[in-house]
Design a binder for this molecule. Structure first.
Ligand code: FMN
Length: 175
């Protein structure tokens, strides 16, 4: 079995998630290719048996590299087992409104690309102030201060549950 792990990232957390998944898939004896979706021009999907795509949400949207890829390959993706990992800070919390927002972002992706992921999981991302410009730092500090009063706003914080991610991938790959 050969698995494609494609990702799009803004500040690097989704890249980190994708790398971990690629290592895990390889450790389980499967062939794997890790692909940055903004460099996915001539990839032949027929070379793969399963596809995992991961992208993060910024201001209510996934990266254009993800929607371009999913739109270009929607027929192929719809015909094979696919897992989509949606990375965000909304997924780090339990607010119903935030989770409704996540559902809308996903529906927008499906409507825009024609790709209906076989399975989708919402994954908590990270607060990475060192990667933000001044404006983003200002906005993100306010959001984190509101959502996570215990966070140290000057330092990054990962909300990704790595063990849960490992379990998810192991089940999906073996299933
Ligand atoms: C400018 C900016 C906008 C963001 N907008 C959203 C958002 O609309 N909804 C959300 O849940 N998270 C939002 N986030 C949080 C990111 O999804 C989260 O930090 C994620 O880990 C980013 O992953 P990446 O490093 O792979 O880009 C935003 C983050 C930044 C910096």
């Amino acid at each position: 079995m050969k698995v494609l792990v494609g990702y799009a990232t803004g500040e690097g957390q989704t890249r980190k998630i994708a790398r971990r998944i690629a290592d895990l898939v390889a450790d389980r004896g499967r062939a794997v290719e890790l692909l940055a979706l903004d460099d996915a021009e001539h990839i032949a999907l027929q070379r793969f048996d399963r596809v995992i795509l991961a992208a993060s949400i910024h201001a209510g949207h996934y990266q254009k590299a993800l929607s371009d890829f999913a739109g270009r390959h929607s027929d192929g993706l719809n015909d094979m087992p696919t897992l989509f990992l949606s990375v965000s800070l909304s997924a780090a919390g339990h607010e119903a409104e935030d989770w409704r927002g996540l559902q809308h972002v996903l529906e927008d992706l499906e409507a825009a690309t024609g790709w209906a992921p076989g399975r989708t999981e919402q994954i908590a991302g990270a607060y990475r102030p060192a990667e933000y410009d001044l404006f983003r730092r200002f906005i993100m500090r306010r959001i984190i201060a509101d959502k996570d009063p215990d966070a140290d706003l000057d330092n990054g914080k990962e909300y990704t549950d790595w063990e849960a991610l490992d379990r998810l991938i192991e089940h999906w790959i073996d299933g």
